[in-house]
Design a protein around this ligand. Structure first.
Ligand code: C5P
Length: 232
C-alpha cells in the first residue's frame, strides 16, 4: 500500500478550494473533500478536482440502512473517487452492502474505509449516550475487525491506534490517520497528535493533514515537509 499525505480541504466554497489548489504547480496532492464542501458545491466539485488530476478521498461517512447505503455508494463510485468512507456502527451487513454498491461493473472500486468511534466520542459519552459499556479501545478494535470481515480496506483512526489496528487486522489493512501536527506547530483543537515522522514510524498508511498545510504561510512548503517526513 502506497503511503501518502492527504490534504483535508476543509473549505466552504469552490472558489476557496481552487485558490488553495492553484498554489500547487509541481505536484498533485491527494485531497480530502468533506461534508461542508460537498454539501455546498455538490458532485461538480468532485469532478472538477478530479479533472485537475488529484486523487480524492470523499469523506461523507455514510450510515443508513444497507439498501440506501448500497445505492448511494453506487452513485459515489460513478464520481470516480479514489477513497470513501462510512460508519462501522452501521453493522457488518451495511458495510457488505456498501462494498456491493461501490463495486463498478468492471470489478474495480474506490477504497472503502470505516470510521470506528469518532475521536469526539469518549468513554463517558459512549457509555451515557450510546449505552456501550465496554472500554473504548476494545470497541474501536471490534469495529475495525468487523470492517475487515465485511471486506473493507481499512479504518480512519488516531495515529496512536494505528499499530494496534495492524496487530488486530493485519499489516495490509489500511490505517488513515488525522491528528497530525509538526513538532514545532500549533496543536489547535486536536488533542492526541503525532508528527508525520512519528505517524510513519508507527505504521500509518495515509495521514490526513488539514490546517498545518491549509493555514500555513507557505502551504506548498508545508505539504512538502509532510511528504519528506512521512513518505520519503
Ligand atoms: O486541520 P486538521 O489537520 O485538524 O484536520 C484534520 C481533518 O481530519 C479534518 O477534516 C477532520 O474533520 C478530520 N478528522 C479528524 N479526526 C477524526 C476524523 C476526521 O480530525 N477522528
Amino acid at each position: 500500500m502506497g503511503k501518502d499525505v492527504i490534504i483535508a480541504c476543509d473549505f466552504a466554497s469552490a472558489e476557496a478550494v481552487f485558490s488553495f489548489l492553484d498554489q500547487f504547480k509541481d505536484e498533485k496532492p491527494f485531497v480530502k473533500i468533506g461534508m461542508e464542501l460537498f454539501y455546498a458545491e455538490g458532485p461538480a466539485i468532485v469532478k472538477e478536482i478530479k479533472k485537475r488530476g488529484h486523487k480524492i478521498f470523499l469523506d461523507l461517512k455514510l450510515h443508513d440502512i444497507p439498501n440506501t447505503v448500497k445505492k448511494s455508494m453506487a452513485v459515489l463510485s460513478r464520481l470516480d473517487v479514489d477513497m470513501t468512507n462510512l460508519h462501522a456502527a452501521g453493522t457488518k451487513r451495511m458495510m457488505e452492502a456498501a462494498i456491493e454498491g461501490l463495486t463498478r461493473p468492471d470489478g474495480t472500486r474506490p477504497m472503502l474505509i470505516a470510521v470506528t468511534q469518532l475521536t469526539s466520542t469518549d468513554q463517558e459519552s459512549m457509555e451515557n449516550d450510546l449505552l456501550i459499556r465496554e472500554p473504548i479501545d476494545k470497541v474501536v478494535m471490534h469495529y475495525a475487525h468487523n470492517a475487515m470481515e465485511a471486506g473493507l480496506d481499512g479504518v480512519v483512526c488516531s495515529p496512536l491506534e494505528a499499530g494496534k489496528v495492524h496487530d488486530v487486522c493485519g499489516k495490509s489493512f489500511v490505517t488513515v490517520t488525522p491528528g497530525v501536527r509538526f513538532a514545532d506547530g500549533d496543536v489547535g483543537d486536536q488533542k492526541r497528535v503525532m508528527t508525520p515522522a512519528e505517524a510513519k514510524k508507527i505504521g500509518s498508511d495515509y495521514i490526513v493533514v488539514g490546517r498545518p498545510i491549509t493555514a500555513a504561510d507557505d502551504p506548498v512548503a508545508a505539504y512538502r515537509r509532510c511528504v519528506a517526513e512521512f513518505v520519503d
